[in-house]
Design a protein around this ligand. Structure first.
Ligand SMILES: Nc1ncnc2c1ncn2[C@@H]1O[C@H](COP(=O)(O)OP(=O)(O)O)[C@@H](O)[C@H]1O
Ligand SMILES: [Mg+2]
Length: 212
């Protein structure tokens, strides 16, 4: 399965969530590749910041032919997570087109969801070529102990994609993960790790797959 984290908004959490989702999949003993399709190479920097080998390989593949090149690259992998760039570009289109599922991370406010219109449009365009392409919103940076408001659900109604039930909270542990580790290793029994495992489980279910 190929999952892209896509949003034209910088800072939405694409890289953070791509790295964490890849790690959650790797923990179930599946071979997962993190394809870094952002020319800013944050995911590659994440891997390079570690003093040991990352729990899954990260390859830089920021080229517009990604959707054509990826199948061969994935011959020895079960799954792939793609971190995508924050601009409307041939590269962003290629990364979306390469995917089975596009997750759009978004802060839990109507403004942020409305601002996702451009990202939604990119996915819709890709669906013209690939009708089976699935997409969902993924709420990131939820304030702990706050509910996802009704206005967020209202704002989502204009889009043809669902919102995942799992929301990722605003947590220091996620911010600290940019130094090359994930919450699954820094706080394996913590609430942040629980959220990520829940996310991985929900993605599996959404895609109709039994195990990673
Ligand atoms: N759930 C979260 N809790 C706390 N900090 C977060 C969370 N998600 C992302 N961040 C922080 O927000 C910043 C932007 O996230 P990043 O994953 O780099 O976004 P993007 O790749 O979409 O630009 C980073 O400093 C990251 O550590
Ligand atoms: Mg990024």
């Amino acid at each position: 399965m190929i999952i892209a984290l896509a949003s034209l908004k910088g800072g939405a959490g694409k890289t953070t969530l791509a790295v964490h989702l890849a790690h959650a999949i790797a923990l179930s003993k599946k071979r997962v590749l993190l394809a870094d399709a952002d020319p800013q190479s944050s995911a590659s920097d994440w891997a390079a910041a570690r003093s040991d080998k990352p729990p899954f390989p990260v390859v830089g593949i920021a080229r517009n032919t990604l959707h054509r090149d990826l199948p061969e690259l994935l011959e020895n992998y079960d799954h792939c997570v793609i971190d995508t760039p924050p601009r409307v570009s041939a590269l962003a289109r290629s990364a979306i087109l390469a995917s089975d599922l596009v997750l759009i991370p978004c802060q839990p406010s109507s403004y942020d969801i409305w601002a996702a219109a451009e990202t939604v449009q990119l996915v819709e365009e890709a669906r013209g070529f690939k009708p089976d392409l699935k997409a969902a919103f993924l709420i990131n940076r939820r304030i702990v102990n706050s509910a996802i408001g009704r206005e967020v659900e209202e704002a989502l109604k204009d889009y043809p994609f669902p919102m995942l039930k799992t929301a990722i909270a605003q947590r220091v542990a996620f911010a600290e993960a940019s130094s090359g580790y994930t919450v699954l290793e820094t706080e394996p029994n913590g609430t942040a790790a629980k959220e990520i495992k829940q996310l991985a489980k929900e993605v599996l279910k959404l895609m109709g797959v039994k195990t990673w």
